[in-house]
Design a protein around this ligand. Structure first.
Ligand code: ADP
Ligand code: ADP
Length: 233
């Protein structure tokens, strides 16, 4: 069973009389543990697709099933619960909470992911060790975001997204603000976690080179998937 099943997804933004079609009949499947990149020029609908898959906005037509559950059939509260439990987000602008240390950011994300759980699980210490070691942020955990470089902030954001072992990691231009060295570290970590933890990763990027790390690459243009390519991952 695919973990993500998108069928004929459509999204039209309306403002007054103006209608902007952002997605037109987008269909695809992602298997558990797969690393899929979505590539396309600016305005092709990548972010819109990301928000729909993350349960952050509703499609105008079509459906998306996450682990067999139809997002559109859930109440807002149920959708929020599912998003927190099952999805880890990584954003281009890192989105760390400025008043908390790096470790505080990781802890709060873990707590939020556990909000709906019957029994609150403590942080998996071996996983924390592993992630912070691999990401090279072990010595930076007591620092606040404004004391960290952009690359460090994004590596903390990756640890934050992975700490509660979400089934799906959604990454929107995770290397968009990074230099080559930090981009490579971030891509490598996403690639490794997909393999080692059997995590499904969906990464949006406008960088065709970064996309090559994926198992499959979906190419988008004008709100449609134009073709699917095998990556080198
Ligand atoms: P990408 O992420 O590939 O740059 P987007 O999903 O952001 O593409 O945008 C797809 C299309 O939808 C574009 O034409 C964009 O201008 C339009 N769009 C995106 N968000 C909105 C919005 N909130 N209101 C109106 N139009 C939007
Ligand atoms: P909201 O109520 O606005 O959806 P939350 O209370 O879910 O926000 O999240 C609070 C903070 O924790 C946000 O800054 C968000 O970026 C971060 N966060 C929440 N869930 C996750 C997640 N699954 N992965 C990474 N960060 C998350």
């Amino acid at each position: 069973q695919p973990i993500i099943l998108a069928q004929d997804l459509g999204k039209t933004y309306r403002s007054g009389k103006l209608e902007v079609p952002a997605l037109r009949k987008v269909s695809f499947e992602v298997d558990p543990g797969e690393f899929v990149a979505i590539v396309g020029p600016s305005g092709s609908g990548k972010s819109t697709l990301f928000y729909i898959l993350g349960g952050l906005t509703q499609a105008t037509s079509g459906s998306v099933l996450i682990g067999g559950t139809d997002f559109a059939r859930l109440t807002d509260a149920e959708r929020t619960k599912m998003r927190r439990a099952k999805i880890g987000f990584v954003f281009q602008r890192f989105n760390l909470l400025p008043t908390l240390s790096a470790m505080g950011n990781i802890e709060i994300a873990h707590d939020i992911a556990n909000l709906g759980a019957e029994e609150k699980k403590p942080i998996d210490q071996p996983l924390l060790e592993h992630l912070t070691e691999m990401l090279g942020i072990k010595g930076r955990l007591e620092h606040r975001p404004n004391e960290l470089s952009g690359g460090e902030q994004q590596r903390v954001a990756i640890a934050r997204a992975l700490i509660s072992r979400p089934a799906i990691v959604l990454a929107d231009e995770p290397t968009g603000n990074l230099d080559t060295k930090n981009s490579d570290a971030v891509l490598h970590m996403l690639r490794t976690s997909s393999r080692e933890l059997n995590q499904t990763v969906l990464m949006i990027t406008h960088n065709p080179e970064a996309a090559q790390i994926a198992d499959r690459i979906l190419h988008m243009r004008d709100g449609e998937i134009t073709h699917i390519e095998n990556g080198k991952g």
